[in-house]
Design a protein around this ligand. Structure first.
Ligand SMILES: [Zn+2]
Length: 128
């Protein structure tokens, strides 16, 4: 959907003046109503940044873990298990309101995720 301002407007991207009723800039075709991201992309010349979907993130993580060699792959699997155990401890402690257990669970998961991130950053495959 394109918005047609009922007033004269200045283009966000190239600063040209445009007449009321135009939905796009007469100079470069930029929209009258654009998001901050779109304006930033138009001014900086960089493509729109987009967060990967949850599915894409998981696929990417699996690919990176698969690219790890020998002991690193084993260790990464171990850390995923450790993160899951920490999460489980946290949840169980949450229901019994045991603060020590919650802290321990968070610490275990946090350490596992940090180590995993470090492992993935150093190891194997292409860096994207
Ligand atoms: Zn323009």
């Amino acid at each position: 959907m394109s918005v047609k301002p009922d007033y004269d407007w200045r283009c966000h991207a190239c600063q040209s003046l445009n007449c009321a009723g135009n939905a796009i800039c007469k100079a470069r075709g930029f929209k009258a109503a654009a998001s901050g991201q779109e304006i930033h992309a138009a001014i900086s010349g960089k493509p729109l940044e987009r967060w990967p979907s949850r599915h894409e993130s998981q696929k990417h993580l699996r690919e990176r873990m698969a690219a790890l060699s020998g002991w690193k792959k084993f260790f990464a699997g171990l850390l995923c298990g450790m993160a899951a155990v920490g999460g489980l401890i946290f949840w169980l402690s949450l229901f019994s309101l045991a603060a020590d257990g919650m802290l321990a669970g968070m610490a275990i998961t946090g350490i596992a995720i940090l180590l995993l991130a470090g492992l993935l950053a150093t190891g194997g495959g292409d860096q994207r």
